[in-house]
Design a protein around this ligand. Structure first.
Ligand code: B12
Ligand code: SF4
Length: 483
């Protein structure tokens, strides 16, 4: 069976190694299906992909809400060239709205949720020459042109039973060399309104791999790919302090000399675990504070304490562990005064960098529901979200009774002024670095040089003028900050 797996690009561009497809590829290869090629259209050309699909038996698309229009267009092209190809889709968008996705003429099947076992069963069936998929759980497919929804697939409870992702699926030279992006868990047990229930629908209930399984993957990455830097893709690596503690202990014992980054929630962190993370090779954590007002944190159902955010930043500074803190403004129910207090709180922290974004009404979240019920949404097109405005920042897409996009724009202008006065420097109109020196002190110049080199390499591979211009801008900013 010739199988092509592809990730299309959205208007705003994509990033990162597509883990979902790499997991599917690993499962298929484990069972003897070796003729698999992967295309990440952020870096690989559409014509090469279409050429490879010409004689493919199966073409599988990774699809997010933002890439759905591209998936629609490209599935059409695949069928035009190769009407016999079986076109499957999966990922966040098909999982949330399978019935909408299956309506596309050129799509034969939608996978709901995890795809490793589903895809294996589908490939095995198609190999026999039969196209009746009635008994395969977790899909919506077309029987004589009509959509049929099969029974749901039970969620995978033992993540350790999966093979490690296929790191050779995409041309690795397109991503940061020496860096890998594994994931130790799926989903998240919390229920913040800006994220849930969409995430639970997409990723299922929270599950994680065993420490031993994660360590085994890291060892393999080091041995087979020379990886010395890992960025965990988990929504939150610190859900269980105990698990994190065990991971750190094992990494210290193994002395793998792998530096790592991770996203954490502050509620489970303390001084001891931060110290241990540093000893275990952790160089950077991202934490979400979201607001400088405890009342707004309650509105978000974030379940953290603002004072804890301050402590975590202090502990990280003491351990020389880089820390980025995420904030949002423009939350339904928030006052303009509270947005200003967020800026003040952010500025008062001694974090290495801050990311202050405009909250976005992501589809199928409670946040979106509140806005919809109050008629506060200014767009119905999710493609608008996160799309940079003329200044490169994010736009506000809601108008409540108290404030709207103009007010947010004016707060954004004030934010830049306030933080720049406090010594923050801006990069890519997004991140505000308190003091780039602090990062250099914590990591060393070689890292900054590496970041710039990798950026040039990554963008120079792209054939799009827009990407090259963006790269020029990005590199200039980075260089300015590092000199
Ligand atoms: C890591 C991550 C990233 C990484 C890497 C993304 C990537 N392309 O892999 C980075 C940081 C780059 C990133 C960026 C973005 N992300 Co993101 N990201 C995640 C995160 C935390 C984990 C994804 C993951 O790797 N999961 C593990 C793998 C194994 O699961 P999976 O990808 O879902 O794949 C499985 C199934 O979906 C299915 N499947 C997937 N593809 C296919 C294809 C076929 C044919 C089949 C049969 C099955 C199948 O099988 C896979 C294996 O079980 C998720 C949240 C989550 N799920 O926990 C958000 C998430 C996917 N991201 C999201 C968003 C919005 C974005 C951004 C748009 C954010 C932004 N503002 O720029 C960008 C877009 C980038 C892109 N390429 O799409 C949303 C998507 C929402 C939606 N409805 O589309 C999510 C769900 C988060 C959320 N809170 O809503 N992201
Ligand atoms: S915002 Fe983060 S902590 Fe909250 S539910 Fe989503 S992933 Fe979990």
């Amino acid at each position: 069976m010739k199988i092509v797996l592809v990730s299309p690009v959205s208007k705003a561009g994509n990033g990162g190694f597509i883990l979902g497809l790499a997991y599917i590829s690993a499962m298929l290869k484990k069972h003897g299906y070796l003729e698999i090629s992967g295309f990440d259209l952020m870096y690989q050309s559409e014509s090469d992909f279409l050429e490879a699909s010409r004689d493919a038996d199966i073409v599988g698309f990774y699809c997010t809400t933002r890439t759905f229009q591209e998936v629609r267009r490209l599935t059409g092209k695949v069928k035009e060239n190769n009407p016999e190809a079986f076109v499957a889709t999966g990922g966040p968008h098909p999982t949330v709205v399978p019935d909408e996705v299956i309506r596309v003429d050129s799509i034969d099947m939608v996978c709901i949720g995890e795809g490793e076992h589903t895809m294996l069963e589908v490939v095995r069936r198609l190999e026999t020459g039969h196209r009746d998929l009635s008994d395969i759980p977790g899909i919506v497919w077309k029987k004589n042109g009509q959509p049929v929804r099969n029974r749901p697939r039970p969620v995978l409870t033992d993540l350790d039973s999966l093979p490690f992702p296929d790191w050779d699926l995409f041309d690795r030279s397109n991503y940061y060399s020496g860096l890998a992006t594994p994931i130790a868990s799926r989903s998240c047990p919390y229920a913040c309104i800006n994220c849930m229930p969409a995430l639970r629908k997409i990723a299922g209930p929270y599950r994680r791999r065993s420490v031993e399984n994660v360590v085994a993957e890291l060892k393999e990455l080091k041995k087979d790919y020379g990886i010395d830097h890992v960025f965990f893709q988990d929504n939150d690596i610190s859900v269980s302090r105990n698990w994190l503690n065990n991971l750190c202990n094992r990494l210290i014992e193994e002395d793998l000399k792998i530096r790592w980054h991770a996203l954490c929630r502050v509620n489970t962190l303390d001084r001891e675990i931060i110290k241990q993370m540093k000893q275990a090779g952790c160089v950077h954590i991202n934490i979400g504070a979201e607001s400088g007002s405890q009342r707004v944190i309650e509105l978000l159902n974030k379940k953290i304490d603002l004072e804890k955010v301050r402590h975590v930043v202090q502990w990280c500074n003491r351990e020389r562990l880089e820390v980025t803190v995420f904030f949002m403004i423009g939350i339904p129910g928030e006052t303009l005064e509270e947005m200003r207090s967020t800026i003040e709180f952010a500025g008062s922290l001694k974090a290495d960098d801050l990311m202050i974004s405009v909250a976005q009404p992501v589809p199928y979240t409670n946040f979106e529901k509140i806005c919809r019920n109050n008629n506060w949404l200014l767009t119905d097109d999710p493609d608008d979200f996160d799309t940079p405005d003329r200044t490169g920042g994010m736009k506000c897409w809601i108008k409540t009774d108290q404030w709207g996009p103009e007010d947010i724009q004016s707060i954004k202008r004030d934010t830049r002024k306030i933080l720049k006065n406090l010594g923050y420097q801006e990069i890519d109109n997004k991140f505000l670095f308190r003091n780039f020196d602090s990062i250099i002190k914590k990591r060393g110049w070689d890292h900054v040089g590496l970041m710039a080199r990798e950026e040039i390499r990554k963008f120079s591979k792209s054939r799009k003028i827009r990407d090259l211009l963006q790269a020029g801008y990005f590199i200039a900013k980075k260089t300015m900050l590092s000199l």
